[in-house]
Design a protein around this ligand. Structure first.
Ligand code: BG6
Length: 290
């Protein structure tokens, strides 16, 4: 339930999860309060841009496989590989709707918030309780998602990311442009290397790239290029689980690895963020179809 008065173009939904649906002349989409999760976005006249698994859980308190999960305050199992749940608590917490507006051009502006005091303290005992998170979403012909982290009286140290799942016609006919020459950490092998040319996919890919660059996902099957611009992020993760890992994941169909690529704006490990008391930090990603 929401107590905010919703304008034409934004409607409340309560199943399978509580949230809002956007449907305007500029585009459509779905945002769940569980995790402030942008689960769908389709600009007018286009195919869906975000990918969502047919096998995902859509239950309060559970992570959603697809859309844009938020990574916060740790990435994966954290720098010490000891933290759970994977990718932190923001994506499984219930956020509040603060604002919902639609511009004359049909762009929906939605703001969600998460109050540290409302988060289950047992899941993140080291975290001060007086932080605030805000997610600003602008959904129309483009999609902009901005996470704002606001420290209370104590300093906040965290990893973070916007873990976007992009729909593609065929991962084997997809390439990522914009990372030529970037250093990367290969997570499966633990090695580091430098990217030579574009990224193509022929096996499990799970890499943290040191890069602030704008990236392009070039999808030959659907003859579409997605542009991903970002601010406040020093790294990009590129991930596809490929065949064996997909088969081992309960919320991913055996063949679904073909249908998506994750390109994530992050600040993790050596690039984790420190926010001084009563200060704030912003990370954002803007997605458009070229
Ligand atoms: C990526 C990580 O960001 O997320 C991968 O780099 C991980 O290592 C993937 O497998 C999915 O994580 P999760 O927790 O949603 O299964």
């Amino acid at each position: 339930m929401t107590h905010i008065k919703l304008p034409p173009g934004i409607t409340a939904i309560d199943a399978p999860l509580a949230g809002v649906a956007v449907d305007t002349p500029a585009g459509s989409g779905v945002i769940y309060f569980n995790g402030a999760h942008v689960a769908a976005w389709t600009p007018a006249g286009q195919r869906p841009v975000l990918w969502l698994s047919d096998h995902t859980a859509l239950e309060s308190g559970k992570a959603i496989r697809g859309g844009i999960p938020l990574l916060w305050p740790w990435f994966g199992a954290g720098a010490d590989e000891q933290h759970a749940p994977s990718h932190g608590i923001a994506r499984i917490a219930t956020w509040d709707l603060l604002q919902a507006e639609v511009s004359p051009a049909g762009t929906a502006s939605i703001v969600l918030s998460l109050d540290g005091a409302a988060v289950d303290a047992s899941l993140a005992p080291d975290l001060p309780r007086d932080f605030q998170l805000r997610l600003h979403i602008r959904m129309g012909t483009t999609l902009a998602v901005q996470l704002v982290v606001i420290a209370g009286e104590e300093e906040l140290v965290f990893e973070e990311g916007l873990h976007s799942y992009f729909a593609v016609g065929d991962i084997q006919k997809t390439r990522i442009e914009g990372l030529d020459g970037a250093a990367f950490h290969d997570r499966p092998s633990g090695s580091t290397a430098t990217q030579q040319g574009v990224i193509t996919f022929s096996g499990e890919t799970d890499r943290i790239y040191e890069s602030q660059q704008t990236l392009r996902i070039v999808d030959e099957e659907w003859n579409r290029t997605l542009l991903i611009e970002k601010v406040g992020s020093k790294q990009s993760v590129v991930w596809n689980p490929w065949i064996d890992k997909a088969a081992a994941m309960g919320d991913l169909g055996d063949d679904e690895w073909r249908e998506f690529v994750c390109v994530e704006a992050v600040n993790v490990r050596d690039q984790s963020i420190t926010v001084k008391p009563r200060s704030r930090h912003l990370i954002s990603q803007t997605i458009s179809v070229e």
